[in-house]
Design a protein around this ligand. Sequence first.
Ligand code: CP3
Length: 356
Amino acid sequence: MPQDSGPHGAGPEQREESAFLLACRRRPVPHTPVWFMRQAGRSLPEYREARVGIPMLEACARPDLVVEITMQPVRRYAVDAAIFFSDIVVPLKAIGIDLDIKPGVGPVIADPIRDAAAVDRLRPLEAADVPFVAEAVGALIGELGGTPLIGFAGGPFTLASYLIEGGPSKTHDRTKAMMYGEPELWARLLDRLADIAATYLKIQVEAGARAIQLFDSWVGGVGPEDYRTSVLPHSRKIFAALEPYDVPRIHFGVGTGELLGLMGEAGADVVGVDWRVPLDEAVLRVGPGKALQGNLDPAILFAPWDVIETRARDVLARGRTAEGHVFNLGHGVLPTTDPDMLARLVDFVHEESAAR
Ligand code: CP3
C-alpha cells in the first residue's frame, strides 16, 4: 500500500516539512539535514545499559527495546531522521538460517551457502516471519512525531558475502569465486536475496517508515563492469519494488567511489558517499537527478573540535554543489566516539547551513 493512502495521516504537504525528506527530494531546505549511520549503538552508554544480558538478535525481535534504542539518539541529538534499530541479517534469521551476531565480530552463519541445493533452500520472507518489525515501526511512528524513520535492508552483494563466507571477510574470495565462476547460481542467489530485501523494506514502509536505505556495505570490492552485470540488476529489482511507495530510496556502500554512478542507475534517489570521494567530485560521478548523503570521515570525530568544524564546513560547502545533500558520516559511528562530539556536530551543521 503506497504511503500517501496509508494509515499514518500525514499528507504529502506535511511530510515534506521534514528537512531530511526535502533534501532527499532535492527541494529547498531550511537547513542541511543530518543523521548518522549507526547513531544507535555502542557509542551510547544508554544503549550499552539497555543491552546488558540481551543478545543482539534477541534485542532486534523485542519491539519495546527496538523502540527504546531507536529513540536514544533522537533524544540525545537533534538529528533530522531516526534509523530503525535492527540488523541486515534479521530477515535471514527469520526465514530459518542458522546465524548469530557475535559481539566484536559480526554475523556468523552456521552452514554457509555454497551450492545449488543451499541456494534453493532460501525461501521468500513473509510479513508473518517478522511480526515484531511492523509492531516496532508502528510504535515508533507515534513516538517520533515529525521526525522521519528510515527503514533499511542489506544489499544483495553484502548479504551474499555473509552467507557464502559464513562470516565477515576482507577479501570476499569465496563470494567472488561464485560470482565469477558460477554466474547462474550467483544470479539465482542474488535474485532471492533481492526479493527478501524488498519484502523486508516494504514491511517497514507499510508500517510507517518514510525513507529506506539499502546498505550494500561491502560491494566496493567489486569493479564497475562486474557490478553492472552481477549486482546492479538485483539492486534495481529492490528499488523498483519500492517505487510505488514514493519514499526516498538511499543506497550506500563503503569504498564505492568507482560505482557511484551505477548505484544511482540502480534506482536510488540518494547516493551515499564514503569519505574517500569529495562530495563535489561525487556530484560529477553520480550525475543529475540525484541527492547525495555523506561524508565526514567517522575517525575525524577523534580530532580536536576545531579540526572537526573545519572538515564539517568543507563537507557542507562541497555538498552545496549537489541538488540535495543529507549530511552524514562516510560510514557508521565508531564505537568509541564521544557522543558529545556528535551532539556538537549536529548543532554545527544546522547553524552553519541555516545561516546561508
Ligand atoms: O545505524 C543504526 O544505528 C541502526 C542499526 C543498525 C545495526 N546494524 C545495528 C547493529 C544498522 C543500520 C545495521 C546494518 C548493518 N549490519 C550493516 C550495514 C551498515 C554498515 O555499517 O555498513 C552491516 C554490514 C551489518 C552487519 C553487522 N552487524 C556488523 C558488521 C556488526 C558489528 C559487529 C561488531 O560487533 O563489531 C553487526 C552487529 C550490530 N548491528 C551491532 C549493532 C548496534 C553491534 C551489536 C552489539 O551491540 O554488540
